[in-house]
Design a binder for this molecule. Structure first.
Ligand code: NAP
Length: 290
């Protein structure tokens, strides 16, 4: 069997076009232009690429994008003061602090300072907690993108057994909370580095989501024939090319549907950041989400 490829790039284009239409309508009908501020500290090349990508996508959607680049030796107090200014700035609906921060800066207090009404990256513990208690404000961008990809692939999560491999606060944990919300109704196993017999756990899944950061972790033997496989991993191979956590060629022979890397989850993560920014702009002015 050869798996159907779930095309994240095509879905992202479609969703971004819809977001751009919604932004144009918001401007025309209410004079509102959603604004996103992205804060980049230091000169990590990968972070520069990600922030650049988010900036271009924000502008392409018709939103206002502000990029704030701070030097490597920025103090915790200065970074926190900047977040305070952005919280108070009415032109800014969403605030994103690109991770990782330089080693001597602590991300946690910075995330905690972001006004929950502008927390479009959903990393403030308040936002994560709202999702955990089943009453979410903003959904974490990558998990939100995974849910959209499953929907596009026609995968019904209701009653499905989803194994999420990786329990980070960025991906695995919020994804498991999202999938178990009423309406999504999946039965979730959240696996991690201490999970016993990961292969057997994965083989029992209708859907496997790999969010670890290890090339080739998910092999064909770990996937039940016909299961859906979502690869969140982004790793650099020896040849410098981007690869996921899934042994793509072998798993595609077994799975029913699979996301590629690149062109799967990645484009959807940026797209859902735009969606959250649009929603933040509406909610902050008392308009319904959409
Ligand atoms: P992370 O914070 O490093 O977490 C990795 C998780 O994987 C941890 O929970 C860890 O378990 C688990 N793990 C490590 N080795 C394992 C093993 N052998 N078997 C089972 N679980 C194992 O990583 P992250 O931030 O979640 O990112 C994960 C991957 O997704 C990375 O490649 C990252 O680049 C990528 N990513 C992609 C996107 C996108 O948009 N495509 C977005 C975010 C992240 P313990 O908790 O037990 O240590």
């Amino acid at each position: 069997m050869t798996a159907r490829i779930i095309d994240g790039k095509a879905l992202a284009q479609k969703v971004r076009a819809r977001i751009a239409d919604d932004v144009a309508r918001l401007k025309a009908e209410h004079g509102i232009q959603p604004g996103l501020a992205a804060v980049l500290v230091g000169d990590d090349p990968a972070s520069q690429v990600y922030v650049g990508m988010k900036h271009r996508a924000t502008e392409a959607a018709g939103m206002y994008s502000r990029q704030l680049e701070l030097p490597d030796d920025t103090s915790q107090a200065d970074l926190e003061a900047l977040v305070g200014e952005l919280n108070a700035d009415d032109a800014i609906d969403g605030i994103l602090v690109q991770l990782p921060l330089p080693d001597d800066l602590d991300p946690q207090p910075v995330q905690e300072l972001i006004d929950p009404s502008k927390d479009v990256d959903a990393l403030n513990p308040y936002t994560a907690g709202r999702l955990a208690v089943g009453d979410p404000t903003f959904l974490s961008c990558t998990p939100y993108g995974v849910l959209e990809l499953l929907g596009e692939a026609g995968v019904d999560t209701v009653g499905a057994h989803v194994v999420v491999v990786g329990r980070s606060n960025l991906v695995g944990r919020p994804l498991s909370n999202l999938l178990t919300l009423k309406g999504n109704d999946a039965t979730v196993t959240l696996a991690h580095s201490r999970t016993k017999d990961l292969a057997a756990v994965c083989r029992s899944a209708d859907v496997v989501v790999a969010a670890v950061g290890r090339i080739g972790l998910i092999t064909a033997e770990m996937v039940r024939p016909g299961a859906t496989v979502i690869d969140v991993g982004t790793n650099r191979g020896d040849d410098g090319k981007l690869v996921g956590d899934v042994d793509f060629d072998a798993v595609a022979e077994v799975a029913g549907a699979i996301t590629p890397v690149p062109g799967g989850v990645g484009p959807m993560t940026v797209t859902m950041l735009l969606q959250n920014t649009l929603e933040a702009a509406r909610l902050r002015r008392g308009l319904p989400r959409r």
